[in-house]
Design a protein around this ligand. Structure first.
Ligand SMILES: [Zn+2]
Length: 204
């Protein structure tokens, strides 16, 4: 009897050990480091407190909901572009000052002028079906939101600009599935962390 109990004990402890090890390695893959896990905690807590701002679907950032009156002059990965460039069909600077809308419910994580080729930039974090995405709106003429604002889909967040006259007015727009990246280079053939914005919006 003692032997049987001993065998059962060994079997049970092996099972428990295996499951713990498996779950731990799974969560390690999902949140690669402790640091990353802590970074997500901030947004988990924000959206838990404000569940009405969890995203349900995504629209285009201009001519809402379907970019009516606008065209994508430089699509994702054309010339290694990491986003879309939205322009008014009128061409030139005809779209200067036109409204830019939040593509979904979310949380404004950044809204400021960073100069260089970027100008005024708005960054919004979206929680959608348990995952996080970020939308980035650049070269804005005006910024209509502040860091820490919660926004709903279709809310006016800024206007189309030219980054202080560097370009003809247009919206440089990115969607990322890594929400902790720096502002980035705008162009690269390394698309890790970046999604094709038009494809993503059409599918979600
Ligand atoms: Zn661009």
């Amino acid at each position: 009897m003692k032997t049987i109990l001993y065998v059962v004990f060994i079997w049970a402890s092996t099972f428990l050990f295996t499951e713990t090890t498996t779950l731990k390695s799974y969560s390690k893959q999902y949140y690669p480091t402790k640091e990353l896990q802590n970074k997500f905690k901030k947004y988990d807590s924000l959206f838990a407190q404000h569940p009405e701002f969890v995203a349900k679907s995504f629209d285009f950032p201009v001519g809402k909901p379907n970019a009516k009156g606008y065209y994508n002059a430089q699509k994702f990965q054309v010339n290694q572009h990491l986003g879309d460039d939205w322009n008014g069909v009128g061409g030139g600077n005809s779209d200067l000052g036109d409204p830019i809308y939040s593509i979904a419910n979310g949380y404004v994580s950044f809204a400021d002028d960073i100069g260089g080729g970027w100008g005024n930039v708005i960054r919004i974090i979206h929680k959608y079906k348990g995952k996080y995405y970020e939308s980035v709106y650049a070269h804005c003429d005006a910024i209509k939101v502040r860091i820490g604002d919660f926004v709903t889909k279709g809310k006016l967040i800024g206007t189309i600009g030219n980054a202080d006259g560097i370009y003809l007015a247009h919206l440089h727009f990115e969607i990322r599935d890594d929400i902790f990246m720096d502002i980035g280079p705008g162009y690269s053939n390394n698309t890790k962390g970046y999604l094709d914005p038009t494809k993503f919006i059409n599918e979600h």
